[in-house]
Design a protein around this ligand. Sequence first.
Ligand code: ZN
Length: 208
Amino acid sequence: MASDALDNSVTLCRSCDLVIRKRALPTGVRALCPRCHTQLYDTPYCSINGMLALCITAIIFFFPANTYPVLELEFLGSMRTTTVLEGAIAVYQQGYWVVAIAVMTAAVIAPGILLVSILVQIVIIKYGLQHSFLRSVLKQALKLQGLLTQLTMLEIYVISFLVAAFNLADFATVSFGFGTFCFTMLFIMNLFLLREYDLEHMWSFLEQ
Ligand SMILES: [Zn+2]
């Protein structure tokens, strides 16, 4: 265990092989090799407050993204709209219940739990690290994090409704509405949030 900690705190310069002791960096700062000035590493994570802002924004977009229509179709004068939930229900009613469960998990359930889980983690790190119960909640959330990240596949959903829109554009009028905007924003917020999220860094709060 002690040797692991030592290995993590030391890095090698890629150009001149100088051994450098890693230090925590302020946000937006990049570490350079003192001998040859090669870039070594960026801040591996944004501040907890930055992640909190991204997480809350994503949660705000989560609800309209799942309740407003993501795709509006006008075909022979009749207007059809569908939400993510209705899409999953329609697939289920056609007998493809495995697909329906996959859609619900990847586009609604997993992203929802993931966002709430990250929010809980951030709040505990900011305010509750001294309580042993909250520390164990944080520990469980961190253990679940990998699974939830793998199950969250918003990008597949974004691609699928773009493909549907291009395929249908020839014989129906396709329009994107408020729901599409919210879903896309949710996707982008999620992307940035997971880019900033660093599991090792989150674990390090428990070691203090
Ligand atoms: Zn160097």
